[in-house]
Design a protein around this ligand. Structure first.
Ligand code: AMP
Length: 258
């Protein structure tokens, strides 16, 4: 399915709600969309031992957030290298309008503080994963590239916890099982190799309660920020399969053409 205009999307949701799953399904259905993950970009810098990578390695190791200035530099550079932003001598950065002749003549491409204008060429469509994480990061992004849809994925906490405590993994392959809705054929054994399944060390209810609480605290200002801009859309469901059709329907209504 093709898009009729640019989709610039953010998925916000607690750990364990399946943001990665929804993002993957959207990319598959709409090949024009690209995904940018701040965590992946940071890990790449750490792997390549860049000056930024060396600076952030410790913070990431502790699960702390990387300073806003660093993460913004990283995202700006990534958006520029993908051709969606171009350096501007006076304001620093503007939306790149070069992909359509029509857009080139448009004044709308100057970054807007309202965050509601931008390059509408469908090829400039993307999903940001892991960024912005805080309200100041969101405000900075508004100046850079105006996001036009923020999806808040919501799943009851009891369901997330239930999923986590019943999760078993085959470490060498990464194959995941769930004793409730996706059990292995033989209890405790990987379907393919027959090797023993294990629980992830950090898949305890206590660890996850802490993670979920932290998410609720930090995401609130972010959700409020986008709610004020009229960009927030909330979808609720107990599983990824329940959420996807609702998300697709809303997304297609906003951006899709048959
Ligand atoms: P993730 O893969 O999204 O869980 O990110 C892994 C780690 O990268 C996080 O624990 C943070 O240390 C860092 N990180 C990723 N995105 C951001 C962000 N937007 N702001 C600050 N730190 C981030």
């Amino acid at each position: 399915m093709r898009l009729s205009k640019a989709a610039r999307l953010i998925l916000v949701g607690a750990p364990g709600v399946g943001k990665g799953t929804q993002s993957g399904r959207l990319l598959k259905r709409f090949p024009q969309i690209q995904a940018i993950s701040s965590g992946d970009l940071l890990r790449e810098n750490v792997r390549n031992k860049t000056p930024l990578g060396i600076q952030v390695q410790r913070l990431m190791g502790h699960g702390s957030l990387v300073p806003d200035t660093m993460i913004l530099r990283l995202i700006t550079s990534e958006l520029t290298s993908r051709g969606w932003l171009k350096p501007n001598n006076t304001t620093g950065i503007t939306m790149n309008a070069s992909s359509t002749a029509e857009a080139e003549d448009s004044d709308d491409l100057t970054p807007s503080t309202s965050g509601l204008s931008g390059n509408e060429d469908p090829s400039a469509s993307f999903i940001l994963d892991g960024f912005p994480r805080t309200a100041p990061q969101a405000a900075a992004l508004d100046e850079l590239v105006p996001i036009n849809m923020v999806v808040h994925i919501s799943t009851p906490k009891s369901i997330i916890l239930d999923r986590i405590v019943n999760r078993w993994v085959h470490t060498p392959s990464g194959r995941l099982y769930n004793t409730t809705f996706n059990p292995p054929k033989v209890s405790g054994k990987d379907d393919v190799t027959g090797e023993t399944l294990v629980r992830r060390e950090d898949d305890s209810e206590e660890v996850w309660n802490t993670r979920l609480k932290k998410f609720e605290e930090t995401s609130l200002p972010l959700l409020e920020h986008y709610d004020k801009l009229g960009l927030l859309w909330r979808v609720e469901g107990e599983s990824s399969d329940e959420i996807s059709p609702k998300l697709f329907a809303e997304f297609e209504q906003r951006f899709g053409v048959a």
